[in-house]
Design a protein around this ligand. Sequence first.
Ligand SMILES: [Zn+2]
Length: 249
Amino acid sequence: MITLRFSPILALTLLLPVSVNAETELTDVQQEFLSANVLGIFYHELGHALIDVQNVPIFGQEEDAADVLSAFLIDALFDEETAQSIAFDAAYGYLTSEDTGEDIPFWDVHGPDEQRFYNHVCIFYGANPDAREEFAKDLDLPQERAEYCPSEYDQAANAWGGVLDGMINQDGEPMKFVPAKGEYSDILNPLLSNEVDSLNADFGFAAQITVTIDDCGEPNAFYDPQTRGITFCREFAPYLLETLEAFSQ
Ligand SMILES: [Zn+2]
């Protein structure tokens, strides 16, 4: 089994005011939304990386498989309360391009936003339906879909659970995080570096995956099989904060 852990990020939120720069501080709500969505996006990119380095066979859309891993890991890695909080915020991340009226490249290559939103909600709900009835209700998961969610989760667990089980406590290459400088680094660095450390504590990877934060000129994130690198674009941070604001109005 994967080690269940409390979120170091969310725990930190309660103790420290986090500053973007000298003038800007994030509220707890902003910090939580940002953390949840950075994690959700990171797990999606990790899905692409694992499909590549672990030679995971994919029957269907790779993008869907990566989304499934994201929901699966949020359920598997965190305690119930933290997992629900992350899954809830990350669900809203799937609706961003539609509801903020902004077109962003990361989502364009993926399925329709609403479909991704419900797939995410369904798999997470299906993992523990007894404890997540409120969660499903708050996110308007239709009853007729909800009935199938436990079996959708079982499929995800069979597919990704098997891949991850094969990596647990295995010798392999640790994932590597390269810290960034500049705007939002003080938020993104600890978030991603803690995550990489936690995953390294549980898993051995067949090849080294490198995680970097970069300026891309757009809110985006991607995996490059040539370099085996996950790039998280710095622009995602302000974009996610704008998204939160759009949903809060
Ligand atoms: Zn993708």
